[in-house]
Design a protein around this ligand. Structure first.
Ligand code: ZN
Length: 303
């Protein structure tokens, strides 16, 4: 609705947020604030940006008038036999518009629920983020995949001494009939992997297992058993990674086998390739913190 995909052909289309009154603006992250504060409110009226399924008051009114207009015109044309096909088309349109509103309502309920979970955790809730602002502070590979990327239902806060943000993210790959949209719930731990080398960890796919397509750049950990069978580890500094991936971490990740974890510049991103129900979001935060602690364990001097 407001987050446009990066433009093709090298130009980047500015991503904007929108309030219910229809004001649009480009969020600016305060440069001197760390961790970044992604909250942004309308510079004209001070309202929070709309959620992923909200429509502006004007759009709502226009659609309502359109539905009523189609209904009245359709009913009137029913009285004129030669215009019957036109009447049917108008009545179908009049029926589809309320259905679309019902669909949006379901998504809005979810946004509301996510807001409640954020409240319960004492986190700030942001119904919409611009992917470009997230990408600017957290340059993970995930944010480069596909097109039509969207980030929404974000909650940001602190657990102990850890600043983190949980958010829902979607991107689309392919086009036309082969188009596929991936939705997932992810956690970014700002400074969560300070001191750890950059890497990308992902579950091994069928192709990885059979062909070993990526084996030329993946890092093998010795005696890793389940981990080697289920996880693919990629990173520029193999020696540093072998040091970081100590047995406890390797065992933990191998047992689960579904984690996507990226470390870039000391920040950590963790997700599984699914979108969680709102109730399960706090659990993802706990799980990500557990991985982060095991990762940090590598920094501790061994006794
Ligand atoms: Zn406004």
């Amino acid at each position: 609705m407001f987050s446009s995909a990066p433009g093709r052909g090298g130009t980047v289309v500015a991503e904007r947020l929108c309030c219910s009154k229809g004001h649009r603006w480009e969020p600016v992250l305060p440069a001197d604030k760390w961790p970044p504060d992604f909250r942004s409110s309308c510079p004209v009226c001070g309202e929070a940006p709309l959620g992923p399924s909200d429509v502006t008051a004007t759009t709502g009114r226009v659609l309502t008038v359109l539905a009523v207009g189609c209904l009245v015109a359709g009913l009137a044309l029913l009285l004129v036999p030669p215009a019957l096909p036109g009447a049917i088309v108008l009545l179908i349109i009049a029926g589809l518009i309320p259905l679309a509103f019902i669909g949006l309502r379901v998504v809005r309920q979810r946004t509301k629920k996510m807001g409640q979970i954020a409240d319960a955790m004492g986190f700030a809730f942001m119904p919409n983020l611009t992917p470009s602002s997230v990408r600017a502070v957290a340059p993970f590979r995930l944010f480069k995949l596909g097109h039509s990327q969207k980030a929404y239902n974000a909650m940001q806060g602190r657990v102990g001494d850890r600043d983190l943000m949980l958010f829902e993210y979607s991107y689309t790959t392919g086009s036309g009939k082969s188009q596929h949209t991936t939705q997932l719930t992810a956690v970014v731990l700002f400074d969560g992997a300070a001191g750890a080398p950059d890497f990308q960890l992902a579950p091994k796919t069928f192709i990885d297992k059979v062909v070993g397509l990526f084996s030329h750049n993946s890092v093998e950990i010795e005696d890793a058993g389940e981990f080697s069978r289920r996880c693919k580890l990629i990173g520029p500094d193999a020696a540093a990674l072998r040091e970081t991936f100590r047995p406890e971490l390797v065992q933990h990740l191998g047992k689960d086998g579904r984690w996507f974890i990226e470390v870039a510049g000391g920040q950590m991103l963790a997700y599984r390739q699914i979108r969680l129900t709102p109730e399960k979001c706090p659990g993802l935060v706990t799980d990500a913190l557990e991985v982060r602690d095991l990762l940090r364990g590598a920094d501790r001097p061994s006794v």
